[in-house]
Design a protein around this ligand. Sequence first.
Ligand SMILES: [Zn+2]
Length: 263
Amino acid sequence: MFEALRRWRRDRTLRSLAIPDALWREALAALPFLAIYTEAELERLRDKVVLFLDAKSIVGAGGHAVTPLQRVIIALQACVLALELDPDCYDGFESVVVYPDEFVPRWEWEDEAGVVHVNDDPLAGEAMERGPVILSWADVEASQDWDATGMNLVIHEFAHKIDMRNGSANGCPPLPPELAPDVWQATMQRAFADFARKVARGARTAIDPYAAENPAEFFAVLSEVFFVEPALLRREYPDVYALFTRFYRQDPAARTALLRDDA
Ligand SMILES: [Zn+2]
């Protein structure tokens, strides 16, 4: 009964809030890494995007007015991670806040000695536990050129959101039953230790050295690489790549290979 009602509401939303073709094509064109997705996958992604936009409000801040194209570009990238995950993977928060550029979040925290610190570092993005995802539009836009920037802000912040489903971000999101937590921990820790060692000795890395910051950033940065330049992650950390194919239930490097065979 509830399942039937849920499906009826879902179908009604998909019909009434459908994204116009021209807008959809324009958003896809802005995100060249999606070229490896099949038509069938893109159709499912489009449904996910409609449901995401229905469930979340994407609001401007700091004088930024979010355009319809910007909403779709943000939602599309958020839904790339969620394509094969449970539909409730983004439950627990309602909004995405978009600033025109980097922003300075006003959070305070108390250290172990009881001293209160106030953040004054500008950020490109932030995922707040049980709160919104905050993005700088300038950096979302810069992310569209992976070859130039090597970053994907939206995928990064939504990877943190997935990680936060079982508490604060620590690089270990809730795992599906078929993925053993000790396998996840061992694989990620081994790769993190290796990467942190390389960065510490000043080696040039093909992956953003920010990943060496801590296990949570490692998971978020490697999720960006997994979706946008999958062959790089498969080459650098094949064990992590294999783990992510089981976690995200996608194999983006195989899609790239197919594309190359077609060409
Ligand atoms: Zn981060």
